[in-house]
Design a protein around this ligand. Structure first.
Ligand SMILES: Nc1ncnc2c1ncn2[C@@H]1O[C@H](COP(=O)(O)OP(=O)(O)O)[C@@H](O)[C@H]1O
Ligand SMILES: [Mg+2]
Length: 228
């Protein structure tokens, strides 16, 4: 049975206004992600990886081109519809975790389900357990290590049962050993649940353990040669 295509980007451009005129970061990017697919995006610092992920995740809008989630054009959605897309359909994991400091680990993980008007404390607790954080529910982010904060952020990203999780340098702020552990959790989630993942990383060695690696360079995305 053929897999459903979740995400399609067509000729996506993004220009940022600057005092010296528009900065053209993405110059016609095509991309697609199917159900159960794991894709890596690599590229130098400043090549537009975060910009692209933000467009795919509905955090910002493309200057030109189209992005479709299951056939629905993000550029045609109003702010409310985009907020629903971000809250229900996708999850986002950032380099610097972005947990809310005044909330406990449990509250941080639960929050997206409260925002969706369907609080799911059972699922929040199960994900916290799955991430190896049982017993830490009442701790604040400042009481957690970087790796623990990122595992909490993964649980938060999953609490509403998203179809895709976007990860922007999820291990970029972690030491090698912790990075390996977080990376292992993400890829095992993918294997076990078929969750579609798009992972931006500067760690090419990690990315090249897998086949599906794209490179962003000079505003254009190309598929890397398989090197295994
Ligand atoms: N809001 C913005 N306004 C102006 N320039 C921006 C903005 N966001 C990103 N840029 C620029 O776009 C380029 C790509 O940035 P980014 O997507 O963060 O790259 P990467 O994640 O690959 O390091 C950089 O030159 C950056 O300075
Ligand atoms: Mg970035």
């Amino acid at each position: 049975m053929s897999k459903v295509t979740l995400l399609v980007a067509e000729k996506v451009r993004k220009d940022f206004p600057t005092p010296d005129g528009p900065l053209s970061v993405l110059k016609g990017v095509d991309f697609s992600l199917k159900e159960g697919e794991l894709a890596f995006i690599v590229g130098r610092s400043g090549s537009g990886k975060s910009t692209f992920l933000h467009l795919l995740g509905g955090l910002d809008r493309a200057s030109e081109g189209r992005i479709f989630f299951k056939g629905n054009d993000l550029s045609q959605m109003n702010e409310k519809e985009l907020a629903l897309y971000r809250n229900r359909k996708i999850g986002f994991i950032f380099q610097f975790f972005h947990l809310l400091p005044e909330l406990t680990l449990f509250e941080n993980v639960l929050l997206p389900s409260l925002m969706a008007d369907s609080p799911n404390s059972g699922r929040a607790r199960e994900l916290i357990r799955r991430m190896g954080l049982k017993g830490r529910e009442g701790h604040f982010p400042s009481e957690l290590s970087g790796g623990e904060q990122q595992r909490a952020a993964i649980a938060r990203a999953l609490v509403n049962g998203p179809e895709i999780v976007f990860c922007d340098e999820p291990t970029g702020n972690l030491d090698d050993e912790t990075a390996e552990m977080v990376f292992g959790l993400l890829t095992s989630l993918h294997r076990e649940t078929g969750l579609a993942l798009a992972i931006v990383t500067h760690d090419e060695q990690m990315a090249h353990r897998f086949e599906n690696v794209y490179r962003l360079h000079d505003g254009v995305l190309t598929q890397d040669q398989v090197s295994i």
